[in-house]
Structures are given as structure tokens and as C-alpha cells.
Ligand binder design. Sequence first.
Ligand SMILES: [Mg+2]
Length: 263
Amino acid sequence: MPCDDRKEFFMTDATHARPPLPPSQHEWALFLDFDGTLTALVDHPDNVSVDQPLRDLLLQLSDSLDGALAIVSGRSISDLDRHLAPLKLACAGQHGAERRDALGRYQNAMDSGPLESVRKRLHEFADAHHGLMVEDKGASLAVHYRGAPELADTVVRHSQSMVDELGSDFELHQGKCVVEIKSSRCHKGLSVEAFMHTTPFSGRQPIFMGDDATDENGFASAQALGGFGIKVGEGETRADYRLAGTEQVRQWLEECLASLRHY
Ligand SMILES: [Mg+2]
């Protein structure tokens, strides 16, 4: 199965409209996915590239929104910090299993204990197949198969059998050339809701931007709280607007910054 063909069929057709620009400095809270949204997708998660202009842009946007900007990612917060250093933004990592608010307060809802029973076997499975790579984030385990897309069905079957073994506290998420065993009690939408109860996010309109199936929960929460979603790239979605790719995201964020500075 080609890498990017998986879709969530419950979703509706999305508009292709370009998102608007912020109406004022105090209206929006921005929630941004990382991989495939701010940065181009790469073969190995460590190979992601964050250039200085992107760091500058994120810092200036966050300042212009009084800090109401958060990265919401499947990566761990320590991994996000490593790639964005020296920038330290508000973040939700591992699909919301951990969170750091705009004041730097850290919360961890992770329980990595149950994964111990499958962690070693998943590594052994990946080691036995050329092109597979396990990303061990602590509270979740991802298998990347961009290096062996022909193994997609095998990876999904094997990972699903482990999820079945772990029980209902865990679920399998299928992304772009990655499957992930993650807590079923955390998702990006819950992270948005948690941020929106804290300063400086509360009272603003949440805008969620992402490219993958896990971002659909983020879109839904943003919409439920009076905001909207922006889908990056192709694929069916419940988001309200769409940008074609990471270059268009960068351009739109730059336009947002310019308009925020104008107020
Ligand atoms: Mg993504």
C-alpha cells in the first residue's frame, strides 16, 4: 500500500478555501502540528530540519499572540525542544500524554508501564525487517515504514495484535508511513481543550492546523470551542480550510505575523 493512501472514511469532503488572517492580536490561539505541517516529512524522525527563519517566525508569532501558540505533536516534548532549540514553546507531546503550558508548567499523564510487555518484541520485529524503525517515546511506540512501504500491511497486522493484547487503554493510530501504539485516553483534541482553560489561551478562538489523521480530533475541538481547523495537504478532513503543504503554511504564518504587527 502506498504510504499516503490511508484515509479515515468517516470524514467529509473539505473545502479548499485558504484560511483567513487574524482579526486582531487578542483573538486567536494557534495550535500547530509539527511534522508535515511546519516541517516536511522525512524518512527518519531525527532527520527533520528546522531552519532559523522558522524558529524566528514561531517566536515572533508567539510573542505577537501574547504566548497563545502551542505545538501539538505526536513527538515527545523533549524531542520537539531538541529540534526547536533554543526555542521553548508551549507544547503538547505524544498526542497529549504530556503538556507544557505557556508558563512552562509541565504535566505528564503518561503511564509507560503497560507497554513494557510489547516494547522488546516490537523492537525485535523491526530489527528483523529491513527498512523498519521503532521510535520509542516512552508512553507510545511508533513503527516507521517509509523505508519499506511494501511492509505496511505486515506492520499494521503485527502492531494491531499487540494493541489487542494490551487492551482498551491503548489503540493503534495509522499515520503517513507510521503506525503508533498509543494511549486511547489521550488525543490532540483533549490537549486543545486543556490549553484553552489556561492563560493566555482562554477567551481566544482556537485555530488548529495539521496534516494527519490524529489532527482531526484537534480540528473537532477547535470547532467546538468556536474556532476552526486548517488541513495541510490532501485527504478528506473535517477541517474548514486547507493549505497545500509546508511551504504554503510558512507563507500563511508569515502573513499572519505581518497582519498581527499591523494592529
Ligand atoms: Mg503531522
